[in-house]
Write a protein that binds this ligand. Structure first.
Ligand SMILES: [Zn+2]
Length: 394
């Protein structure tokens, strides 16, 4: 397809532009709930690239738009990053945005400001080619993903009423096409015992013993959780154990365990809660699915339950086929189709709202959250071409 050749030529021509834009994004430190500076920089880049509209919503998501057609294609890149970790482990300044031997270096280069830099270039290419199909394209720099994946898209769908026909999650895929990942949820189990003097424990009921019995059952539960050939096995582990007692010379009357539950295909919030309810059915105890509620950098308070549903798109789904077609057109080979190990905004976009999602992004996910995070400029160039070409194939 002739358009693929034109797009490839432009993304190659804008290689350094993309790399420099990414470097500028990296220089804005942007932990979750502190994304203001990077969002201002992203808006500036979109405006310079000639987007039709650039705005920020109340939660702090930046929404760039090109076109005003009936069908909607959206690209998502979360702009928050995790913290830097031990600075001694880095060979370069994690916030320097240095470009060394065709690599753009720093925190967020892979996870996942590289996706944003690539889609800004894609927008510039589309404007330069005078893209005029019947399509609205949203380029979203989203917030708070590292703290609560999917929350930003819950906001965009429910409050901004943005309902795309397809969303491309630009988290790192090593330029493969990804079509799902396991879900997860956070639960706590509260145990209520009965306190009495520690010198006569038989008069009371020790909540620590209650919780410990269940803890050992949870260890066994982990072994028998479901397995899916594509997504792998569900898992559960206890990440915290807390107890209370009126005195260190008393029987503990309260205990609590925190559960990190990873959900494979077919496992849901209801099934995961029911498994725990079975383990505590003869006890004075209860399960709680936790809530995330925080104030974004704009001062807006928003939240959701800490339930991040499993999602996957079948390999023969139109969206995956479309992605593969674009990949073929540009790079003259078949893409590798796989899944993420970690979780993404796909948990709400597809897991909750059923909107088709495909993953395609620059960078290798093994460098996400790690020291010496860096992305090769070839990846940025190819991702930019892919995003622009996808708009033409919609
Ligand atoms: Zn990420």
């Amino acid at each position: 397809m002739e358009i693929c050749e034109k797009i490839k030529a432009l993304s190659s021509q804008y290689r350094d532009y993309t790399a420099r834009n990414l470097a500028s994004l990296i220089q804005c430190k942007s932990l979750s709930l502190g994304e203001e500076q990077v969002q201002q920089e992203l808006m500036r880049q979109m405006q310079k690239a000639g987007f039709d509209e650039v705005r920020m919503d109340l939660l702090g998501n930046v929404i760039g738009r090109i076109g005003y057609g009936k069908r909607i294609l959206a690209f998502d890149a979360h702009m928050d990053t995790v913290d830097l970790g031990n600075l001694d482990d880095w060979d370069f300044d994690p916030l320097g945005g240095s470009i060394i031997d065709d690599w753009v270096c720093g925190r967020g280069s892979v996870d996942q400001k590289g996706g944003a830099a690539a889609f800004v270039t894609a927008g510039r290419i589309l404007k330069e080619l005078a893209f005029d199909r019947d399509l609205t394209i949203y380029f979203v720099g989203s917030v708070i993903e590292e703290d609560c994946d999917g929350l930003c898209w819950k906001y965009l769908i429910e409050e901004e009423n943005i309902r795309p026909d397809l969303v491309v999650v630009t988290e790192p895929t090593n330029l493969n096409i990804y079509r799902g990942h396991r879900g997860r949820m956070e639960m706590q189990v509260h145990f209520y015992g009965l306190s009495c003097h520690g010198s006569a424990p038989e008069r009371g009921k020790n909540a620590i013993y209650m919780a410990s019995e269940v803890a050992l059952e949870i260890q066994k539960l982990n072994e028998r959780l479901s397995y899916d050939p594509f997504l792998g096995k569900g898992s559960i582990t206890i990440s915290e154990f807390v107890s209370q007692s009126p005195s260190l010379c008393a029987v503990a009357d309260y205990a609590r365990i925190h559960l990190d539950r990873r959900l494979t295909w077919g496992e849901t919030k209801e099934s995961a809660v029911e498994e725990i309810n079975q383990l505590i059915k003869d006890m004075k105890a209860r399960v709680e699915v936790l809530e995330y509620v925080q104030k974004s950098f704009t001062g807006f308070i928003y939240g959701m339950e800490k339930y991040y549903p499993t999602w996957q798109i079948p390999e023969n789904h139109e969206a995956i086929q479309k992605g593969a077609e674009v990949f073929n057109c540009l790079f003259e080979q078949n893409p590798f189709i796989d899944k993420w190990t970690f979780s993404t905004n796909g948990v709400t976009i597809n897991g909750m709202y059923g909107i088709p999602v495909i993953g395609f992004g620059p960078g290798n996910e093994v460098l996400a959250h790690a020291p010496n995070e860096k992305v090769h400029i070839d990846h940025l160039e190819k991702a930019a071409a892919f995003y622009a070409a996808l708009a033409y194939h919609m």
